[in-house]
Design a protein around this ligand. Structure first.
Ligand code: NI
Length: 175
């Protein structure tokens, strides 16, 4: 399975709302999420949305795990979410300095609800409902933005909340 090209900021596909997946069990869809998984792992991501690989479909993977880009991330098995919908969000609003495979070199402090309950179809097309909290909830909401044609840059409160990756790394090491 070869990794796919990751759309970078400025590509129109990142700005366009994605379309529902008609049939989650379509072999082409299976191949798509399998390749997205490989692409995400190779890039060191903890999540990826189909528009990021130039497929404007409502499909994402969330896969929290500790790695070089997110050393403190909790470990979870990757979950493929097809046609996800937000049922409700809750908990405190919390901030975190997010990065994105489609926004190289920059991170941004984004405030998001700490908890989200969502519905989606699994890879067999079965409806699922799940509540995520903490970092996995953040990943989901970040990837959900991609399905709506948004990136974290749309969610920062001010340009002061943007930080170069290199500066962020230096500050983390100093902390
Ligand atoms: Ni992203």
């Amino acid at each position: 399975m070869t990794p796919m090209a990751i759309a970078q900021l400025g590509e129109p596909v990142l700005r366009q709302p994605a379309q529902p997946v008609p049939d989650p069990r379509d072999p082409a869809i299976r191949t798509l999420w399998q390749r997205m998984l490989v692409t995400m792992e190779q890039a060191g991501g903890v999540g990826i949305a189909a528009p990021q690989v130039f497929e404007p479909l409502r499909l994402m993977i969330i896969a929290s795990r500790p790695n070089a880009r997110y050393p403190d991330a909790p470990q979870m098995d990757p979950v493929v979410l097809i046609n996800p919908e937000i049922e409700h969000t809750g908990g405190e609003s919390v901030s975190f300095v997010e990065g994105c495979l489609s926004v190289p070199g920059i991170r941004g402090r984004v405030w998001r609800p700490n908890e989200v309950t969502l519905r989606y179809l699994d890879t067999e097309g079965q409806p699922q409902r799940r509540t995520l909290s903490g970092f996995p909830a953040r990943i989901f909401l970040h990837e959900f933005d991609h399905l709506e044609g948004r990136t974290f840059l749309d969610q920062v409160n001010s340009p002061d909340d943007l930080i170069a990756q290199s500066v962020w790394e230096r500050q983390c090491q100093g902390a």
